[in-house]
Design a protein around this ligand. Structure first.
Ligand SMILES: [Zn+2]
Length: 181
């Protein structure tokens, strides 16, 4: 069976139903689910949190892995509705970095050919993302870049280069991302 409608258009009731019955749906995508919680415009904040908590009861392991796989989404999902100071944000990034190292160590032990990650390095000493691991050339590393603390500062030129590279590598990268799950 297929869900055949985008997650970000679901109502609370539909979310709960599909999460509970996810095994019956061949197109159920867990990353898509978590991403959609942020994007969904039908849900109130309280409902988004309810969906998140319900999703965690099934997919918490997968979710923890997002710290490495898609830290931008992870960050957004855990901070839903929270008012964060710069210091709060920095602390969360530090925690994510610590978890990333743990995940990397465990994964490398299990799978010898585990993907290659590189450290975020935008050249700004004050960037809270310095040292954050991002999959090299990743489709998702670009989409995560918006999370830069100073978005306007992020050079348009780099973005366009990255986009070109993404288009070229997207298929291959998606295949790799799927392997990692
Ligand atoms: Zn940076």
């Amino acid at each position: 069976m297929k869900i055949s409608q985008p997650f970000n258009k679901l109502t609370l009731k539909e979310y709960l139903f599909y999460i509970e019955n996810h095994k019956k749906y061949t197109d159920f995508n867990t990353l898509g689910l978590y991403r959609s919680i942020i994007e969904n415009k039908k849900l109130t904040l309280g409902e988004k949190i309810e969906v998140r908590e319900f999703a965690h009861t099934y997919f918490v392991k997968f979710f923890e892995f997002l710290q490495l796989k898609d830290p931008g989404t992870y960050f957004d999902v855990i901070t839903l509705g929270q008012e964060l100071t710069k210091a709060d944000e920095s602390q969360i990034w530090e925690d994510i970095k610590t978890s990333q190292q743990k995940i990397l160590t465990q994964k490398r032990i299990k799978h010898r050919s585990f993907g290659i990650y590189s450290k975020h390095d935008c050249g700004r000493d004050d960037c809270p993302l310095n040292g954050l691991m991002i999959k090299k050339g990743s489709f998702f590393s670009y989409s995560n870049m918006w999370f830069h603390s100073d978005k306007n500062d992020y050079s348009a030129k780099y973005k366009s280069i990255q986009r070109k590279a993404d288009r070229k590598n997207a298929k291959q990268i998606i295949r790799k991302e799927l392997d990692v799950q």
